[in-house]
Design a protein around this ligand. Structure first.
Ligand code: PMP
Length: 386
C-alpha cells in the first residue's frame, strides 16, 4: 500500500501534485529556452512572495544553510561587528557561521520561548558600531516568531544591515521586505515555499547590493559570493541563458510550480490561512492540557513546539508516527528531550490539523499517558469555525 502517513514536520513538507509533476519532467539544458523562461519567471515570483518589488532575487542550488552562508559571506567582512538576535538553534547557527568568516559576534538572547525585548536590541545596537543585525524570523527549534519589522527599523536607524533568516517563515508569515526595509531575506525551498529541499532563495535590497560592491575584501568563497551570481540572475530575468554553476533545473521547475500557486493564493490570504491553522492547532494542544514552548504572543504560524505531557517521554514521536502522522522530536539542546515539534505550513489544511491532533491524542494513550480522546479535535474545530 502507498505510504499515506501525513508529513507534519517543519520541512520538508507535503507537496502538491503539480509541484511533484514539475520535478519529474524531462531534465532540460540550463540554456534551453523553456528553462530560461521558467527560471526568469521563478525569480519574478520570488519578488512577489517576499513582497520586494525592488529587491534582487537569487535562487541557488543548496539548502537554507547555504542561503545563510551566502548572506553572511556577501554582506559581512572579517572584523565586522554583527548583532545576532538569538531565539534558538538557528540563530546559534548564524552566530557560528559568522564567527567562521571572522565577524565579531554579539548576541541578544531571551528565555526559551520568548523573543528578546526591542529595548535590549536597541541598547546593544547603541553600544557599538554594527555592520549587520541578524534575526531568525521563526526559529524552528522553538516556534518563536521575532518582530522582524521592528528589528529591521532599529537596524536601519543604527546604520546596520538587516539580515533575516526566513527559512521557517517566508511564504507563510507576514513579510514585506521592501516596506519593512529588510536588506536581506533568505529562505529555502522545502518549507513554506512548498517545493522539495535543494534550493536556497534570497532577496537583497539595493542597499545590500551596494554593500556587496563597496566591500574592502572579496568573499573567501566563490560559490557564496552574491556578486558572482548577480549577472546570472539578471540574465535569466532578462530571459537570456547564462552560466556560473549549473542550476538545479528540475528543482527550479518545481519551485516555479509552487510559487505559481502561492502567488495565485495571494500572500495576504496565505498568511491568514496559516494563522488560522496554527491557532486551531494550538487550541487543540491546549485543550489536551499540554504546554506550548513559544509564548502565545510570539507563537509562529508555521511550527509549534510542545512539551511532552506527564508520564510520556520522547517515545511519543514514534507513537504518533504509528498512528499515521510524522512529527519531529526536540531540537533546542536546553530542552531537547522534553518536547516535540509539529510543522503546519505550505499546503496545510483544516483536515491536516484535525488528523494530526487525532494522532497525537491516540499516540499519548499508546505511549502510556492520559488524554481525553476527542478533546483536542473538538477545541480545534471550535477555533476553525469561530
Ligand atoms: N534556518 C532555519 C530557521 C531553519 O529552520 C533551517 C532548517 N530547518 C535552516 C536555517 C537551515 O536550513 P537547511 O536545513 O535547509 O540547511
Amino acid at each position: 500500500m502507498t505510504d499515506r502517513r501525513l508529513l507534519m514536520i517543519p520541512g520538508p513538507i507535503e507537496l502538491e501534485p503539480d509541484v511533484l509533476r514539475a520535478l519529474a519532467a524531462k531534465t532540460r539544458s540550463h540554456l534551453d529556452p523553456e528553462f530560461v523562461e521558467t527560471f526568469g519567471r521563478t525569480l519574478g515570483r520570488v519578488r512577489e512572495v517576499f513582497v520586494a518589488p525592488s529587491a534582487q532575487p537569487f535562487v541557488i542550488a543548496g539548502t537554507g544553510t547555504l542561503a545563510m552562508e551566502v548572506a553572511a559571506s556577501s554582506l559581512v567582512e572579517p572584523g565586522d561587528a554583527v548583532l545576532v538576535v538569538d531565539t534558538g538553534y538557528f540563530s546559534e547557527r548564524m552566530a557560528t557561521l559568522l564567527d567562521r568568516i571572522g565577524a565579531k559576534v554579539t548576541r541578544v538572547t531571551a528565555a526559551v520561548g520568548r523573543a528578546p525585548e526591542l529595548a535590549e536590541i536597541e541598547g546593544a545596537l547603541g553600544s557599538g558600531s554594527f555592520r549587520a543585525v541578524t534575526v531568525t524570523h521563526v526559529d524552528t527549534s522553538t516556534g518563536v516568531r521575532a518582530p522582524v519589522r521592528e528589528i529591521a527599523a532599529l537596524a536601519r536607524a543604527h546604520g546596520a544591515l538587516s539580515i533575516v533568516d526566513g527559512v521557517c517563515s517566508v511564504g507563510a508569515e507576514e513579510l514585506k521586505q521592501d516596506e519593512w526595509g529588510v536588506d536581506c531575506a533568505l529562505t529555502a525551498s522545502q518549507k513554506a515555499l512548498g517545493a522539495p529541499p535543494g534550493l536556497a532563495v534570497l532577496a537583497f535590497s539595493a542597499n545590500a547590493m551596494e554593500r556587496c560592491r563597496a566591500r574592502r575584501t572579496r568573499p573567501a568563497s566563490l560559490y557564496l559570493d552574491a556578486g558572482e551570481w548577480l549577472p546570472i540572475m539578471q540574465a535569466y530575468e532578462a530571459r537570456k541563458p547564462a552560466y556560473f554553476a549549473t542550476p538545479a533545473v528540475n528543482l527550479v521547475a518545481s519551485l516555479d510550480a509552487s510559487l505559481a500557486r502561492i502567488v495565485q493564493e495571494g500572500m495576504g490570504p496565505r498568511v491568514a490561512r496559516h494563522a488560522t491553522m496554527a491557532r486551531a492547532f494550538r487550541a487543540g494542544i491546549a485543550a489536551l492540557g499540554m504546554r506550548i514552548v513559544a509564548d502565545e504572543r510570539v507563537a509562529s504560524s508555521t511550527i509549534t513546539g510542545i512539551y511532552y505531557p506527564e508520564g510520556v517521554d520522547a517515545s511519543l514521536v514514534a507513537a504518533i508516527g504509528a498512528e499515521g502522522v510524522i512529527v519531529a522530536g526536540g531540537l533546542l539542546p536546553a530542552i531537547r528531550a522534553q518536547y516535540f515539534r509539529v510543522g503546519h505550513m505550505g499546503a496545510v489544511s483544516a483536515s491536516d490539523v484535525l488528523a494530526t491532533l487525532g494522532a497525537i491524542e491516540r499516540g499519548i494513550v499508546r505511549a502510556g499517558g492520559r488524554a481525553e480522546l476527542g478533546a483536542g479535535i473538538a477545541a480545534a474545530q471550535r477555533a476553525l469555525v469561530s
